[in-house]
Write a protein that binds this ligand. Structure first.
Ligand code: FAD
Length: 418
């Protein structure tokens, strides 16, 4: 069997950031990172690709170029966790043992959870910013639509970047408005949930844009079936008395966000909670039942917004607490406050910068005179367009913890770790 002191599962936003963060604190630590992917994607850029602002290539890097120096890359997929013997099993049955484990394989997009979707994706006006190869198709469709019906869907929570389904709608509508076509285009947003956005402070400013673009909102409508060539979509609507009915609509273009769940090998493992997500303590990010295991990113059951912004704040918390636990640091544990961020692209050139933690508490990174997160601003757009990509590639994935220094946890309030 292979053995490494620390094994990180997944080389996405959370996995690369935590490996870099561990190396920054402890350069001699023996770390292996397991991920089968050749490429790593900056998924927050895909909304911008779908809006014609970023090129797809700007959102992709080779995995090899991002694995921190000194970290061993095991290019394979993990198939199972065996916490009792401190091991993970790779596909093909190779075993990797560890002293400490960090779990960060993200979530699974369940495209086939919608009947008829896989066979029509990327054709017949059916698109999604949730896939690298399809986000450019969104922009093609938006540019080419002169008149007709544009439908946008949102699946049940939890999903990654809960604002992304409506961001696609606003950027598309803004383009049609500027081209004078909006009067000939009907926009409808079908949301499986009951509210436009989970933190109420942002709902009123978003509703202003919904009115500006004259978008029809349909809540508690879950997309279940799509007929691409026939240009029809079916939804299950939950009625007030708890019953359901089927609602049908036609479309010229449809932006679909697929249902999302924990990856199967996580759901089937002893690390999962009843919902399938990795069960962590929401503050320390340590596994709730298995010592020596941590998790971050989209795969955890912590009730934060599943965003790369959350992973940016979680990575140093996991790195610190794990090294403390290994005896490499002294002092107190640090706590993650649930920070997540969703830059809502309400129009080209303006963003409503939603930043909040556990319980929907607003956690602005900037003073209100610079960026007031409850008002759309050009400054927030510049942050998203010009600053967040370099912050991601050059700071977060390099273990330079700009804007992400962890605070002492509840037990250690006030005291700093050595
Ligand atoms: P990921 O970054 O998805 O990485 C998971 C990694 O695990 C992948 O490299 C994968 O290959 C690997 N993996 C999977 N299975 C296995 C296995 N069996 N064994 C080993 N490795 C495995 N976030 C924001 O902060 N702001 C935004 O504006 C924003 N917008 C978004 C817009 C869209 C359209 C999308 C799709 C996402 C957006 N996000 C945004 C969310 C953000 O991209 C994710 O929250 C973030 O990438 C989560 O990081 P992660 O490391 O948990 O998962």
């Amino acid at each position: 069997d292979l053995f490494h002191s620390v094994v990180v599962v997944g080389g996405g936003a959370g996995g690369i950031a935590v490996a870099a963060s561990l190396k920054a604190r402890r350069p001699d630590l023996d770390i292996a990172l397991i991920d089968p992917a050749d490429m790593h994607y900056y998924q927050p850029g895909w909304t911008m690709v779908g809006g014609g602002i970023f090129s797809p290539a700007e959102t992709a890097r080779t995995m090899a170029s991002l694995i921190p120096a000194g970290v061993r890359w095991i290019k394979a997929a993990v198939a199972a966790f065996e916490p009792e013997r401190k091991a993970v099993v790779l596909e093909g049955c190779r075993v990797v043992r560890y002293d400490r484990l960090v779990v960060a394989p993200g979530l699974s997009l369940d495209w086939s959870g919608i009947d008829g979707l896989p066979e029509t994706l990327g054709r017949n006006g059916v698109t999604s910013n949730y896939r690298y190869d399809l986000a450019p198709y969104t922009w093609d469709l938006v540019q080419n639509l002169r008149a007709g019906r544009a439908v946008f869907t949102q699946p049940p929570m939890p999903i990654k970047c809960a604002g992304a389904p409506q961001k696609a709608m606003y950027l598309s509508a803004d383009h049609w408005l500027r081209r004078g076509r909006l009067k000939d285009i009907d926009i409808a947003f079908y949301n499986a949930g009951a509210v436009l956005f989970g933190v109420k402070d942002y709902v009123a400013p978003l509703m202003e844009y919904v009115r500006r673009y004259d978008a029809q909102l349909h809540f508690q409508h879950r997309l279940t079936r799509i007929d691409g060539p026939g240009r029809r979509a079916w939804f299950t609507r939950t009625t007030g008395d708890g019953g359901t009915e089927t609602v049908e609509t036609d479309f010229d273009i449809i932006h679909v966000v697929p249902p999302q769940r924990a990856p199967d090998f996580v759901r089937a493992s002893p690390l999962a909670d009843a919902g399938g997500w990795v069960e962590v303590d929401p503050a320390s990010l340590r596994h709730a039942r298995h010592p020596g295991i941590y998790a971050l990113g989209d795969v955890t059951n912590a009730p934060n917004a599943k965003t790369a912004a959350a992973a940016r704040k979680q990575a140093p918390v996991v790195a610190h607490n794990l090294l403390l636990d290994m005896g490499y640091l002294r002092g107190d544990e640090v706590a993650y406050d649930g920070y997540g961020s969703c830059p809502l692209t309400v129009e080209r050139g303006k963003i409503l910068l939603a930043e909040f933690g556990y319980g929907g508490k607003l956690l602005p990174s900037f003073p209100a005179w610079l960026i007031d997160g409850t008002k759309p601003s050009h400054m927030a757009w510049l942050l998203k367009e010009r600053m967040l990509p370099p912050i991601y590639w050059k700071a977060m994935l390099k273990g330079r913890e700009w804007m992400a220094t962890p605070r002492p946890g509840p037990q250690g309030a006030g005291k700093r770790a050595a």
